[in-house]
Design a protein around this ligand. Structure first.
Ligand code: NAP
Length: 249
């Protein structure tokens, strides 16, 4: 364990699997206490908590739906009551409901916006007052290459991920003078359950668009997040950092 983030506390949404899991493990390895948010997968979340604890770190589970403002407010309060402060928020939870516009239902659109975009608002809103008062904090929002370029069958997801970029820049402007940075990370094609669900044909097409010639790992994304929440990134705010093997350029 390193001590880069010792004394700091973090709240990571969607921390039971994939990218969120890798971020939680990395922040804990860097010395932060980590609150692990997730939606329903208790065994997977417990596995992450156990991995952090067996490496000598501290973690707590905060299960709940990020699209529900009242729930999120309660979860953040629980963490602050227990650990006294919250220094880092990683808005990572996300879902897909892919379909061509012709076939996309209103519910497919609403669910993705509610989780992927409103979830970011909910969690950010819940920590803003405290971070401003603390005169310090780090917020990292998970956007996507799809938010930069759009993608067939992902109008809902692209709208949410592009929305996150506008949200990030607005929040960054509002909070900068209080020492709170707000940045976005835009992963490309990362090896997680989300991409495992894609057909082989779609995966082949995606692979052809990656100059680096390989899928990214959740750890590739966690490395970027670890930098953005560190003291070294104190003067970086309102940015979108692509972690995509060159896919978006
Ligand atoms: P994943 O493997 O499908 O994991 C999604 C995580 O989000 C799980 O921990 C899940 O919890 C949680 N979650 C889903 N809905 C939630 C809700 N309403 N409230 C709280 N937690 C919720 O996804 P991933 O691939 O790691 O993606 C993580 C983030 O990166 C997402 O925002 C995604 O859009 C973005 N991203 C991914 C890629 C990629 O290639 N994988 C590329 C660009 C951007 P449960 O385990 O309980 O279901």
């Amino acid at each position: 364990m390193s001590s880069k983030l010792s004394g700091k506390t973090a709240f990571v949404t969607g921390a039971s699997r994939g990218i969120g899991r890798a971020i939680a493990l990395r922040l804990a390895a860097d010395g932060a206490k980590v609150a692990l948010n997730f939606s329903s997968n208790v065994p997977k979340a417990e596995e992450v908590k156990a991995a952090i604890e067996s490496a000598g770190g501290t973690a707590m589970l905060v299960q709940g739906d990020v699209s529900n403002f009242a729930v999120v407010t309660e979860l953040i309060k629980k963490v602050v009551d227990e650990w006294g402060r919250l220094d880092i928020l990683i808005n990572n939870a996300g879902i897909t409901r892919d379909n061509l516009l012709l076939k996309m239902s209103e519910d497919d659109f609403d669910k993705v916006i509610a989780t992927n975009l409103k979830g970011v608002f909910n969690c950010t809103k819940a920590v803003t007052k405290m971070m401003m008062k603390q005169r310090g904090g780090r917020i990292v929002n998970m956007s996507s290459v799809v938010g930069l370029k759009g993608n067939i069958s992902q109008a809902n997801y692209a709208a949410a991920k592009a929305g996150i970029i506008g949200f990030t820049k607005s929040a960054a402007r509002e909070l900068a003078a209080r020492g709170v940075t707000v940045n976005a990370v835009a992963p490309g094609f990362i090896n997680t359950d989300m991409t495992a669900a894609l057909s082989e044909k779609v995966k082949e097409v995606m692979m052809q668009e990656i100059p680096a010639g390989r899928m990214g790992t959740p750890e590739d994304v966690a490395n970027a997040v670890a930098f953005l929440v560190s003291d070294e990134a104190a003067y970086i705010t309102g940015q979108v950092l692509s972690v995509d093997g060159g896919m978006a350029m």
